[in-house]
Design a protein around this ligand. Structure first.
Ligand code: GLA
Length: 395
């Protein structure tokens, strides 16, 4: 009898600990991460400046919240196995940096890796999960991106569950960002493990390029992420990687499309540019409240490619709360296209789902930021190559 009670208690304590923090990331996380622009060139001065810029640029006000340092902040472990931040680049320590970021009303994130070393060869978390989680909690970390390099025979699901349990045991609510590049289909197992999971290899700073180690441009990333919509929702998001908007290669039009498609796909909006020095056009793209509202919509549905019109115009649909929807016409071609969209014809294919659309529903263009008529007549428009027409249908 005594042993049954003991094993019963053990069982319940394991089950009770086997969970992620609930109530976090109810809408896709928004923030900034150092990797896409700075790679290993990170230090506390720059991170503080990013926090300052987040506030002064108005980005905090439209919802960006997390400041995340990616790889290379860590250099070694001390004699007790504690992770050691770079003493030169982060001479004030991570607690002081967290305090600074929190004083701005923002949240702080760090990167580590499930393997013995990070992708850049810094100390990884393997075998130190509980110790690291406690350290992160003591510093005041709010978000952990956890990579999957140098993992040998480790199994991703088990490795991420160990870190999840370690974070839970450390008792500080931390958003857990899984980054194994979609290799083990985390969308099938990660809902109770993390709050977001990468679905693809790394995003490159281009429209559709491919590099030999697997990195791909944003339109190709989008194609891989698109079919996974049914796995995403409040508290657990498909993550098609961080934004490349503002990193100097994409045109303003392509940047606008990239930002729109990430919003339509309910993807985490993690900026990857230098937010201290943005052109007015890039700043306007990244702070468009009406596009961000699609991303942050409380229904939490990932938009999908509903139709391909006339060759290369993709029509995407995102259901929204309160029986509204967003549609995005995306001209992926190299030539100017026109549309003449007959509402009855297309909506008759939605199996009775009208999303509140009648023959007089209001249409709002979210980039022009104005109402452009109603569904009474066909929607006629001209769309430039690589550009989007993004509309919201509602009251
Ligand atoms: C991997 C990840 C990237 C970045 C680097 C850092 O490639 O997918 O997002 O974190 O590691 O080394």
């Amino acid at each position: 009898m005594r042993s049954i009670t003991f094993f019963g208690l053990l069982f319940f304590s394991i089950v009770l600990n086997a969970q992620k923090f609930d109530g976090l990331a109810k809408t896709p996380p928004m923030g900034w991460n150092s990797w896409n622009k700075f790679a290993c060139n990170v230090d506390e001065k720059m991170i503080r400046e990013m926090a300052d810029a987040m506030v002064s640029s108005g980005m905090k006000e439209v919802g960006y919240e997390y400041i995340v340092i990616d790889d290379c902040w860590q250099v070694s472990r001390d004699e007790n196995g504690n992770i050691v931040p770079d003493p030169i680049r982060f001479s004030s320590g991570m607690k002081a940096l967290a305090d600074y970021i929190h004083s701005k009303g923002l949240k702080f994130g760090l990167y580590s890796c499930a393997g013995s070393k990070t992708c850049e060869g810094r100390p990884g978390g393997r075998g130190h999960e509980y110790q690291d989680a406690k350290m992160y909690a003591s510093w005041g970390i709010d978000y952990l991106k956890y990579d999957f390099c140098n993992t040998d025979a480790q199994k991703a699901e088990g490795a991420y569950k160990t870190m999840r349990d370690a974070l839970y045991a450390a008792k500080r609510p931390i958003v857990f960002s899984i980054c194994e590049w979609g290799s083990t289909e985390p969308w099938t197992w990660a809902k109770n493990v993390g709050h977001l999971w990468r679905t693809t290899s790394d995003i490159m700073n281009c429209w559709d390029c491919k590099v030999n180690w697997g990195g791909i441009g944003w339109t190709l990333i989008m194609d891989k992420n698109e079919p996974l919509g049914k796995y995403a929702g409040p508290g657990g998001w498909n993550d098609p990687d961080m934004l490349q908007v503002g990193n100097g290669v994409l045109t303003d039009v392509e940047s606008r499309s990239h930002f729109t498609m990430w919003s339509m796909m309910a993807a985490p909006l993690i900026l990857g540019n230098d937010i201290r020095s943005m052109t007015p056009a890039i700043k306007e793209i990244l702070t468009n409240k009406e596009i961000i509202a699609l991303n942050q919509d409380t229904l939490g549905k990932q938009g999908y490619r509903w139709w391909t019109l006339d060759g290369n115009i993709e029509l995407w649909l995102k259901p929204l709360a309160n029986n509204e929807i967003a549609l995005c016409f995306f001209n992926r071609s190299e030539v100017v296209k026109t549309i003449d969209f007959d509402w009855n014809r297309y909506f008759s294919h939605l199996n009775g789902k009208t999303y509140g659309v009648t023959d007089k529903t209001n249409i709002r263009d979210l980039w022009l930021k104005k109402n452009i008529g109603s569904t009474k007549n066909n929607l006629k428009a001209t769309i430039q190559p690589h550009d989007v027409l993004t509309i919201r249908l509602g009251k």
